[in-house]
Design a protein around this ligand. Structure first.
Ligand code: SF4
Length: 354
């Protein structure tokens, strides 16, 4: 068994499989990737990696997919992690299975600390179109009610699409009222179902994906709204800072010094262990003169092929942060990382117990 640099890690990410009970048009996972199907990870092997992670200092487990709830050994995996000393699990899920209250209760009882819910729209038609599911919207709303009643913090993860990019403020209002605490807006990746090399022509892709400069306008409008409405301003992922001006400071996937040294451990079918998740992003000639260059992961090569590079201009001076207008005493939470915010929310929801 090869040694993994676990002493640098605090969490381990496990992808037990890539199966799913939805088929989102924007899904990053390729459905015809047979590599992982022919190399499934055994339950024994997953537990072994979780144990190595624990020995190396990991105390939190993150389970992703595919859809982790369709992995029938998920409860056994969480029970194993808890038994050896993990303090909790965060799941990334489409939420469908949590519409079944008894299932939600069972998973919640296994030290479930939070669920990131993949929610592409607040409108039933757009939701069902984007997820290609007939009753998915109603099931999702039931799942949110169930998780709320079980006091599990929820984070909505919204892939920005042509169907939603100009309605993001309404989206946040809707799900905030339903009980979701935090939001992450994620620009679509041109991978999986949106991969141009996966039988998609430009027209197909552009029916879902909007140019980043358009998406950025929707994001800025939504963030302004959240700040006025006292809703915690959402985080942004997979967009470069040059299109976001003052709101670049809401980006979570910057290159930080610590990240250069901390390899995140991922257990992935077919590949088993992958360190770099940004290898599809490149820099363009403009980047050389940009003040963000060291922190920015760049842009997907497939995006440049599809939309060109004219939207991206070197930033010569750091923009004024959006929070300059916010009184100093109210700023502190804006700089807290999402895991810490979620942990605090969990403790608050459970009457002070972690
Ligand atoms: S480095 Fe390049 S992609 Fe990144 S913010 Fe600057 S111009 Fe944009």
């Amino acid at each position: 068994m090869s040694e993994i640099p676990g002493h640098l890690l605090k969490k381990i990410e496990v992808y037990p499989n890539y199966e799913c009970n939805r088929n989102c048009r924007f899904c990053f996972t390729s459905k015809d990737n047979n590599n992982y199907r022919s190399n499934p990870i055994s339950f024994h092997s997953i537990c072994e990696k979780i144990y190595i992670g624990y020995k190396g200092g990991c105390r939190m487990l993150t389970v992703l997919g595919g859809e982790p709830t369709v992995y029938d050994k998920l409860p056994n995996m969480l029970a194993f992690a808890n038994k050896i000393g993990y303090i909790g699990t965060v799941l990334f899920s489409n939420g469908l299975k949590f519409a079944d209250y008894s299932y939600a209760k069972k998973i919640a009882s296994l030290k479930l600390k939070a669920v990131h819910l993949n929610i592409p729209s607040h409108e039933p038609d757009a939701f069902n179109y984007l997820t290609q599911s007939e009753h998915g919207y109603d099931a999702l709303l039931q799942s949110i009610r169930n998780l709320k009643s079980l006091s599990i913090p929820m984070i909505a993860v919204c892939v920005i699409t042509k169907q939603t990019y100009d309605k993001l403020a309404e989206y946040v209002d809707f799900y905030y009222k339903a009980g979701i605490s935090f939001f992450i807006f994620h620009y679509a990746k041109l991978q999986g179902n949106l991969d141009p090399l996966n039988g998609n022509n430009a027209e197909n892709i552009k029916s879902i994906v909007v140019p980043m400069s358009e998406a950025a306008k929707g994001l800025k409008k939504m963030l302004e709204h959240c700040l006025k409405a006292n809703i915690f301003p959402p985080f942004i992922e997979t967009m470069p800072p040059c299109v976001l001006d003052s709101y670049a400071y809401r980006i979570t996937d910057f290159i930080f010094e610590s990240k250069k040294f901390m390899s995140e451990l991922r257990v992935i079918p077919g590949m088993r262990l992958r360190i770099n998740k940004y290898d599809s992003r490149i820099k363009i000639s403009e980047c050389a003169d940009c003040i963000w260059e060291e922190k920015c992961y760049g842009i997907e090569k497939a995006y440049i092929n599809l939309f060109g590079k004219n939207e991206f201009k070197a930033v010569k001076e750091l923009p004024q942060p959006y929070y300059n207008e916010i009184p100093e005493e109210k700023r502190t939470p804006l700089f807290i990382s999402l895991p810490k915010l979620v942990e605090k929310t969990y403790i608050d929801m459970h009457g002070g117990e972690d």
